[in-house]
Design a protein. Structure first.
Length: 233
C-alpha cells in the first residue's frame, strides 16, 4: 500500500533521503525513528508529492505519486504535528468540510458517530476548534481519515507535545485504524510509542534506513539500545 523504491532526495547536492526501499502492507504500522535531520519528514513529504524525488519512486496503492498526484491523494490521509483546522468552525463543521472535499456527503448523525469513534464526544464536537487542545485536533484528523476511507495514513511526529494520556489515546486510535486495514507510516522521536504502536520500526540516519526491526522481537530497553548504537556510530 505504501512503497518506496530506491527513493532519494537531495537538496543542493546533499542527500536528505538516500536510496530508501520500503514496503508497508495494509493494516501495518511502520515507525520511522531518527534524530532531527535524519530525513523522516522528507520521506513523508515525498509520499505526499509536496516535493519531487531526485530519483526513485514513492507509490501509494501501486501508483507513483508524481505521475498520479490526485489519485494517490484520494487514497491517503495526513496528520502532521500540528493539525490545521478552521478555528472558527466546530469539530462537526470541520469534518463536514473536509469529508466533502474528499467526495463524501455525510449527515450530522454520521459525522457525530465518526467523531465519537475517533474519541471526540458530541459536546466537544459542537465546540469551535479554536478551543481545542492539540490532542482534540488530532482526533478530528483521525475522524477525517475514517470519513475519507483512506487506505494509507502518514503521520509526522503525532505524539510530540502530548501528555501521556493523550499520547496513549492517540496510540489506541492508530491501532484501531490499522485494524481497519489502513497502512500507516509514522515519523516519530518517541521510542516508547514506536514500540507500542509499530509492527516494525526503521532507524534512519543521514537519509539512510540503517535497520528495520520487528517490534515483537525487542523490549523497550533493547530498542533504545539499538537506536542509541546507531546514533553513536
Amino acid at each position: 500500500m505504501i512503497e518506496a523504491v530506491r527513493l532519494s532526495k537531495a537538496f543542493n547536492g546533499v542527500a536528505a533521503v538516500d536510496g530508501l526501499d520500503l514496503t508497508i502492507k495494509p493494516g501495518e504500522v511502520f515507525c520511522l525513528l531518527g534524530a532531527n535531520g535524519a530525513g523522516k519528514t522528507t520521506v513523508i513529504n515525498l509520499f505526499l508529492s509536496f516535493i519531487v524525488p531526485t530519483s526513485g519512486h514513492a507509490r501509494i496503492a501501486g501508483l507513483d505519486v508524481v505521475q498520479h498526484p490526485v489519485e494517490t491523494k484520494k487514497r491517503l490521509a495526513y496528520i502532521p504535528e500540528q493539525v490545521m483546522l478552521y478555528r472558527n468552525l466546530t469539530g462537526i463543521e470541520n469534518l463536514r468540510f473536509f469529508s466533502r472535499l474528499a467526495g463524501a456527503s455525510l449527515s450530522d448523525p454520521e459525522l457525530i458517530a465518526i467523531l465519537t469513534e475517533a474519541g471526540l464526544p458530541e459536546t466537544d464536537a459542537r465546540r469551535r476548534v479554536g478551543t481545542y487542545s492539540k490532542g482534540m485536533r488530532q482526533k478530528v484528523g483521525v475522524a477525517i481519515t475514517i470519513a475519507k476511507k483512506a487506505e494509507a495514513l502518514l503521520l509526522d511526529e503525532p505524539t510530540s507535545g502530548l501528555d501521556p494520556k493523550a499520547a496513549n489515546d492517540f496510540s489506541v486510535l492508530v491501532d484501531g485504524l490499522a485494524s481497519r486495514g489502513v497502512a500507516i507510516l509514522m515519523a516519530t522521536h518517541d521510542l516508547f510509542r514506536a514500540k507500542e504502536s509499530g509492527h516494525r520500526v526503521g532507524i534512519m540516519k543521514r537519509g539512510r534506513l540503517m535497520q528495520v526491526i520487528d517490534t515483537e522481537t525487542l523490549s523497550h530497553t533493547d530498542l533504545e539500545q539499538v537506536y542509541l548504537r546507531h546514533m553513536h556510530d
